[in-house]
Each structure stands twice: as C-alpha cells, then as structure tokens.
Design a protein around this ligand. Structure first.
Ligand code: TPP
Length: 386
C-alpha cells in the first residue's frame, strides 16, 4: 500500500506504553519471547505474536504504582460485576446483563497503553472497558438499575454505557454495528489531525459480519489510524469459534486487507499492554490500521439467562488457572511489590466502593416520563464536513 501520499497525523503526547523499551518484532515471529508464531504464513504478511510472555514490569518500563493501578482497575471491574449479578438476581436490574468477568486484562492493559484521548468503542459487553476508562461505579450501577443518575440517564442500561468525557463511545447492541463507527472515529482523527488512534472492540461473533469486512477494507484503503480489536472469548453466545468461522485464527484475516495482524494473549495484562502500546504507536505514527485478535475467556455465560450447556466444567476449571487477576496478584507478591495484606486492603476498598454504588443506584430516581424524548440525537449542522 502506498504511503508516500498520505500525511501522518500530528503527534500529541506519547503514551506510556509507547515510551517503554521495545523488542523488535518480525513477520510471524514472537514479539515477546518464545517463537510461537504460526506456520505456513504467506510471504509478505505482517503477523505479530504477543503470546510468548516473559515480560517484567522493568522490561515494560512500568512503575510499581502503575501495576497497582492496573490491578485495582481489574478488581473494580470484577467486584462491580459480581455485585451486578447479585442485583440482577434480586430483580433490581432488568433486561440483559452481559458480564465481562475473565476479560479484565484486555480492558486494563489496553487503557493503560493508550492515550487518554484515544477514542474507544465496544459492543454490549461494555462494563469493564467503561470502568477501566474512568467511569464511576456509581454512574455505572445507576445505569444498570435504569436510574436517572446513570451514565445514559437510565435509558441505555447494561449494553449502552457511554462517557464522552473519558472518550468512551459505548456500548452497542447490534453485533458488529460499532466497527464502522470505530473506523469513522479513526477517520475523524486523521482528518482533524488530532493524533488519536481509534480502538474498536468486537467479539469473535462479529468478525464474520459484513460490517467488519467493509470497515476493514476502508480502514486499509484510506490508511486510517484504527485498531480493530477482536476480543475472542471462544464463543458467540453458545457457538464455538471453530464452528462458526472457517479460519479460526482470526488475526489472519488481516492479510486480506493488507494490514498488520496480531495475536495477543488476553489473560496476561503485561502482554496486552505491550501489544496495544506497540500497535497503537504504529497506527499513530504511520496512520495505519491493524487487526488485533486478543484471546481471552469469559467465565460467566453469554448473559444471565445462559445455561452454558455448550462447554464443560473441566474446560472452565482449566481456564481458571489463567485468571488474569490471580496472575498479576502472584506477580506483585513474587516481586515484593505488594503484600497479601495490602492487596486484601485494596480489595476491601474496591468492595466498599461497589457497595456504595448500589446504595447510590437505589436512591437515584427512575427517569421521569417527560425525559423520554430527551437525548434524541439531532445533527443541527448536517452535513458537518466542510
Ligand atoms: C446483528 C445482530 N445479530 C444477532 C444478534 C444477537 N446476538 C447478540 S450477542 C450475539 C453473539 C455475539 O458474540 P461475540 O461477538 O463473540 O461477542 P461476545 O458476546 O462473545 O462478547 C448475538 C448473535 C445481535 N445482537 N445483532
């Protein structure tokens, strides 16, 4: 793809992950340690493997307080959702509730690697990313309860968290619907020369949607700074990836669009941080898209009503050994960066925050009927591109 006619957007500030010392990556070779790269890759394909592990906080240029911040973010996401599940059981929350439990390293690692102003958009499994981006437990719980103090004034619910100030643009219920929007946000960043990289998350169930392919094609053709991030948690509702997608190595689809494809171990927050920092740097500096497959696992059902008959208890148990929170906890303790007691205290603090959010949500009123026609989007100055 010709680069020379395209202007890289103005660079603002460099994110932490982009400043961290980096190992060289090469086509089809492990970017971070062991050579676990796929075999039989086509010539010229730019595939990166972020699966080898072996990172330390020193090698990544991370300070101990940054690790603790990532740990806290993951704990908050998990405790928040455990409490939300309870509240669902007590019928305080109506409609759907899709939990992110197990996937927290993806959100924490990504958010820490990006600049605060890089726009993020995702599907309906959105609580984790919203909280990681800085939404408060209060506004999130109130939204789940359908109350006026919720992030979408109680009118969006679980699937529609939204926080413009923190550059978090939802929360979308139509599978694959947010992918073209991610590319549009990347296009806007390039057009306005903000220096931002847009990051669009979607599930493995969305990668076969036409919206993905149309968006990926345009992203590559127009050289848009966007990361198309497929959070592969193994299942689309109850359908396993290899029953639904002819090439279950989803990152390889990047080759069809002449873009970088990356595979990331999403159970390891260090690996996610490293990969997303490196890929965002490339997207930002060269104004290029990439397709990133982050392999992760959801410990809960697709939604609260899922009996989970499509997987065995043994499978779930085996995945629990990979839990990203336990993994980071062990690292912190093994490297004398925190004691068990300190981490327990942090957990208590997070639990108290979540507990208070339930009280906040209980005390917030339901939206009055007259708000029904408020917050309806109207673009006054359409067409706005001049
Ligand atoms: C266009 C469209 N088709 C079908 C659905 C119903 N549906 C909701 S979630 C889902 C599975 C999506 O799975 P995946 O993209 O892997 O995301 P995950 O739930 O694993 O995070 C489907 C088919 C929908 N919401 N939108």
């Amino acid at each position: 793809m010709a680069n020379e006619t395209k202007k890289a957007p103005a660079k603002k500030r460099t994110a932490k992950a982009e400043r961290a010392p980096k190992k060289q990556t090469t086509n089809g070779k492990a970017a971070s340690g062991a050579a676990t790269g796929p075999q039989d890759l086509p010539d010229g394909a730019d595939f990166r493997m972020y699966t080898g592990g072996g990172h330390t906080h020193e090698s990544l240029g991370l300070e101990p307080d940054e690790l603790l911040a990532m740990y806290r973010s993951m704990m908050l996401q998990r405790r928040f959702e455990e409490r939300a599940a309870q509240m669902y059981g007590r019928q305080k929350i109506s409609g759907f509730l899709h939990l992110y439990i197990g996937q927290e390293a993806v959100s924490a690692g990504t958010v820490h690697a990006l600049q605060d102003t890089d726009p993020i958009i995702t599907a309906y499994r959105d609580h984790g990313l919203g909280l990681a981006r800085g939404m408060t437990a209060n506004e999130c719980m109130a939204e789940l309860f359908g109350k006026i103090d919720g992030s979408s004034r109680g009118k969006g619910g679980s699937m529609h968290f939204f926080d413009v100030e923190n550059h978090f643009y939802g929360g979308h219920g139509i599978v694959g619907g947010q992918i073209p929007l991610a590319v549009g946000m990347g296009f806007a960043a390039k057009y306005k020369e903000t220096g931002a990289v847009a990051v669009g998350f979607f599930g493995d169930g969305a990668i076969s949607q036409g919206s993905f392919h149309e968006a990926a094609n345009l992203a590559a053709l127009y050289e848009i700074p966007v990361l198309l991030v497929c959070e592969n948690n193994g299942y689309a509702m109850g359908t396993a990836v290899d029953r639904a997608v002819s090439e279950p190595d989803l990152y390889k689809q990047a080759y069809a669009y002449d873009m970088t494809g990356a595979l990331v171990n999403g159970m390891d927050v260090f690996e996610v941080y490293y990969a997303m920092g490196e890929l965002a740097k490339q997207a930002r500096e060269q104004s290029k898209p990439a397709l990133v497959e982050i392999r992760t696992y959801r410990y809960r059902g697709h939604s609260m009503s899922d009996p989970q008959k499509y997987r065995t208890k043994e499978e779930m148990e085996s995945k629990k050994n990979e839990d990203p929170i336990i993994r980071l906890k062990s690292y912190l303790i093994d490297h004398d960066l925190a004691t068990n007691e300190q981490l327990d205290a942090l957990d208590d603090e997070v639990k108290a925050e979540v507990h208070a959010s339930v009280e906040f949500a209980e005390n917030s009123p339901f939206p009055p009927v007259e708000t029904m026609y408020e917050d309806v989007y109207v673009q006054d100055d359409y067409p706005f591109i001049v």
